[in-house]
Structures are given as structure tokens and as C-alpha cells.
Write a protein that binds this ligand. Structure first.
Ligand code: GLU
Length: 464
């Protein structure tokens, strides 16, 4: 068995999106699972659309997800000489040939074929064959170079996701591998790279299924070993339509911005089209141990934002409180909120994490403890009734001497409402609104304990 070598080969024309990240994850995991090598290759030959910023965005996304490559990044634009060298080898071997057909001739050919209701394809007029006399090359026409695709038979592979796929060679015309200006074309570069980089397993999106028979034929012509292919089905959005910008956060880094943990995104992506029984929650390490190509589903995977949020909350809760607090603190600091000026952030995040599913939502929730709270007058009017005021005053007096911990504070609230013949919310709700500005909070005694005796006393004073 050859050592496993996989690659992720993005075209740097935008950020690392969810589909690309999943392809990268599966390629990475397969290499890790088999103690192999994961190669990063940047397919930047579309110079009009490729940008250095996009390369950086892809690398940033991979770093955030900790999908570390072992080799590369290799840039196709830096490999031009190599591609040209291989083109020359193919010309010499007779597996490629010059074609002088002009644009006008190709247009005429196409029109003719369309009129006859035939599939438009190159007719092989410059293709050398035994016993065939080729036309004389016209002066002043720079030739393209075409691959001499086999004429008969089928090209087939056992796709690890989709099963056996076959194409008749008659369906494939002689692909241009180098343009008239000498630049090599996309499918050809991929072949040379997969060959030179000794790639054993090509795991990529199924938008490349139609390229695969051409690539296999070229690889065979080169005498290269054909890798194993696994074509991943597309990802649909929550609404069942193809995942696109319309669905919001499609860039991986946007998930970081929105307060998702990379562990959650990894776990989520792992389940997008792959399964291990009914397991939904597993670590990166566990995923690597389990990952195989046999359990990738051939049908499209559907994105489920609710599930991602659920996983994210799971991973937030699983973090040691100090780590969770540090992450929230960084987000608050970015908003200019100084957490030194308020209660212990670690306690605050622990108190709120059950009701927050992203770091941002958690930061939003605890921010009130470090800012001046001005309760909304309407909310206050709604919750602070006249009958509650004496109870509020008595509670405020009581806090001076109560033991400062949630159970004792809770007992004080209870005593006070009982004494005033009120139901619990009559006091708890105005306390919430005055102290946090919000009507919904975790247990009010815990919130009060967190805020601190002096601050609570100061905040209640204007309402007594
Ligand atoms: N560069 C291609 C893309 O971004 C991937 C090619 C491949 O994996 O073979 O879709």
C-alpha cells in the first residue's frame, strides 16, 4: 500500500466557504486517519479572478479550523515551466498534438453540427492517425495543443462516494491542454499536479465529476497511477436550495465573527454528509479515528443552522469556565467594554451559558454587568407595581446584612414576598428589570449575587 497523500486544491477567488471547508476537512482527516500527508495546492491559474487576499482568506480559514497542511502551499502559477515541460513530453510521445483550427473554423463546425442536431465537438481534423495525411499547417496561425483522447472504450472509476461511474470515450473530445499562447489549461494542470504530488486520494466536490474521465485519460497517457476519487455531494441551505451567500454565513471566518467555536464547526462539518452511526457529538480526534470514505452519503447534505447552534452551545459549555471567559472577554474588549469594572466574568459566563448559543450572544448577555444599566421606562412600568414598592424597599434594606450568596439572597426575596402577601414575580421581575435592564435573566438570586452588594444597593436606591 502506498502512503496516503491527499490534497485540498482551492481556487483563490473568494473566502473559504462551508463547502470548501468540508472538502478540506475530509481530505485532511483522511490523511490523518492513515498517517498520510495532506497537501495544500492553490489553483490560481485563473489570473483574472485569483487574488492574494483570497489565498490569505483560505489559509486563515484553514488555520482557524486547524486543518494543518503538511506540504505546500504549492501555487500553480509557479509551476508553469513544469506544465510546459510535460506538454512537450506528450507531444514527443504522440499523446498530444498541434491543432491549427481557427476560431472561425470552429464556429463553422459548431454551426454545422448544431444544424444536424449533433453534439458540438472537435472533429479531430488535426489529430494524427496511422495512415492519415494531415493538412499543411497554415502560416500565421499559432496552434493550440490537444490531448489525444482514446477514441473507443470507456473510462471508468469506482468513486468512493458515488459508486462506479463510466463515460464512453466517444463523449470526450480532444481536450485543449495548452492554449495558443502556450498557457496550460485547467484539467491538464490538475493532472500534472496530482501526478507530481503523488496524490493517492482525490476528495473533492462533485462539480468535478465531469472533469474526472478527462483527467484519468490524461493521467494514463502520462503513465501516472490513477488516484482513488471520492466526489462529495453538494451542500444545500436550510431551505433546500444550493448553499449560497443568500444563506448568510457561508464564509468560515464569518462563523468566527459570529461567535462560533472552531470545534463546533468541525464537528458540524464532519456530519455534513458523513456519519458514524447515530453519533452527533464527537471531538476532532474521534472524528479522525472514525473517518472513512465508506460512510459518506451520496445524496446532498442539508445545512441546519439550529443544529450548528446547538453544537456550538455544547462546546461552549464544555469549555473550562476560565477559557470561556477569556473568549468572551476578548469580544467584550473589542466592543470597548472593560470587564475589570464589574463582577467576575467567569461567574457571569457560567451563569448565562445555558441560555446562549454563540460567544456573541453570551457577550451580549453579560455586557450589562459592565455597563451602566438604564432600565427601559416601559418595561419598568410594566413590572414595578405600586404594591411591589414596599417589598422592594424592604428587600433593599435587607441586603445590607444578608450573607452574599445566591441561596441567602433567594431566601430574603422569598421572605419579603411572603410577608407582603405577594407572588414571587412581583418582586423578582422589577429586580431583574432594574438591575439588568431585562425581564429575562437566569435565577434572580444568582444574578444579584453576581452583581455585588454595593452595586445592587446603588442601583435600587432611585426606586425606593
Ligand atoms: N480548484 C478546484 C476548485 O476550487 C478544485 C480542483 C480539484 O480538487 O481537483 O473547485
Amino acid at each position: 500500500m502506498k502512503p496516503v497523500r491527499t490534497r485540498f486544491a482551492p481556487s483563490p477567488t473568494g473566502f473559504l466557504h462551508i463547502g470548501g471547508a468540508r472538502t478540506a476537512l475530509f481530505s485532511w482527516a483522511y490523511a490523518r486517519r492513515h498517517g498520510g500527508t495532506f497537501v495544500l495546492r492553490i489553483e490560481d491559474t485563473d489570473v483574472a479572478r485569483s487574488t492574494p487576499e483570497a489565498v490569505q482568506a483560505i489559509i486563515d480559514g484553514m488555520n482557524w479550523l486547524e486543518l494543518t497542511h503538511d506540504e505546500g502551499p504549492f501555487y500553480q502559477m509557479q509551476r508553469m515551466e513544469r506544465y510546459k515541460e510535460v506538454v512537450q513530453q506528450m507531444l514527443a510521445a504522440g499523446t498530444a498534438y498541434y491543432c491549427y483550427t481557427t476560431r472561425e473554423e470552429l464556429d463553422a463546425l459548431r454551426a454545422e453540427q448544431e444544424a444536424k442536431k449533433e453534439k458540438p465537438r472537435y472533429d479531430g481534423r488535426w489529430r494524427p492517425e496511422a495512415g492519415k495525411t494531415l493538412p499543411t499547417p497554415p502560416a500565421g496561425v499559432p496552434p493550440v495543443i490537444r490531448f489525444k483522447n482514446p477514441k473507443d472504450g470507456v473510462v471508468a472509476w469506482d468513486d468512493q462516494v458515488k459508486g462506479r461511474i463510466e463515460f464512453a470515450n466517444t463523449e470526450l473530445d480532444d481536450l485543449i491542454i495548452a492554449r495558443a499562447d502556450g498557457t496550460p489549461t485547467y484539467n491538464f494542470c490538475v493532472c500534472v499536479d496530482d501526478w507530481d504530488m503523488d496524490i493517492t486520494h482525490v476528495i473533492r466536490g462533485d462539480d468535478h465529476v465531469n472533469n474526472t474521465p478527462r483527467q484519468i485519460n490524461i493521467l494514463k497517457a502520462l503513465g501516472a497511477e490513477v488516484p482513488t476519487y471520492a466526489h462529495l455531494s453538494m451542500i444545500l441551505g436550510d431551505d433546500g436550495a444550493k448553499l449560497s451567500k443568500r444563506h448568510g454565513a457561508v464564509s468560515v471566518m464569518q462563523y468566527d465573527d459570529e461567535g462560533f467555536l472552531p470545534e463546533a464547526v468541525i464537528n458540524y462539518l464532519a456530519r455534513l454528509g458523513w456519519s458514524h452511526g447515530d453519533d452527533e457529538v464527537f471531538s476532532r480526534q474521534q472524528f479522525v479515528e472514525w473517518f472513512d470514505l465508506d460512510h459518506i452519503t451520496a445524496s446532498a447534505a442539508q445545512f441546519n443552522t439550529e443544529k450548528l447552534l446547538w453544537l456550538n452551545q455544547h462546546y461552549m459549555k464544555a469549555l473550562p469556565p476560565a477559557d470561556l471567559a477569556a473568549k468572551v472577554q476578548a469580544r467584550l474588549a473589542a466592543r470597548g467594554v472593560d470587564t475589570a469594572a464589574g463582577p467576575n466574568l467567569e461567574k457571569a459566563v457560567v451563569l448565562y451559558v445555558d441560555r446562549c448559543n454563540t460567544l456573541n450572544v453570551l457577550a451580549d448577555a453579560v455586557e450589562i454587568f459592565y455597563a451602566h444599566v438604564t432600565p427601559n421606562p416601559e418595561l419598568l412600568a410594566q413590572h414595578l407595581s405600586d404594591e411591589a414598592r414596599p417589598a422592594l424597599a424592604e428587600f433593599a434594606a435587607g441586603i445590607a446584612s444578608v450573607a452574599w450568596e445566591a441561596p441567602a439572597i433567594g431566601a430574603l426575596i422569598k421572605e419579603t414576598v411572603t410577608k407582603h402577601g405577594l407572588k414571587m414575580p412581583k418582586l423578582a421581575m422589577p429586580l431583574r428589570v432594574i438591575l439588568t435592564g431585562q425581564a429575562q435573566t437566569p435565577a434572580v438570586d444568582a444574578v444579584i449575587a453576581l452583581i455585588g452588594r454595593d452595586k445592587v444597593a446603588t442601583a435600587l436606591a432611585p426606586y425606593l
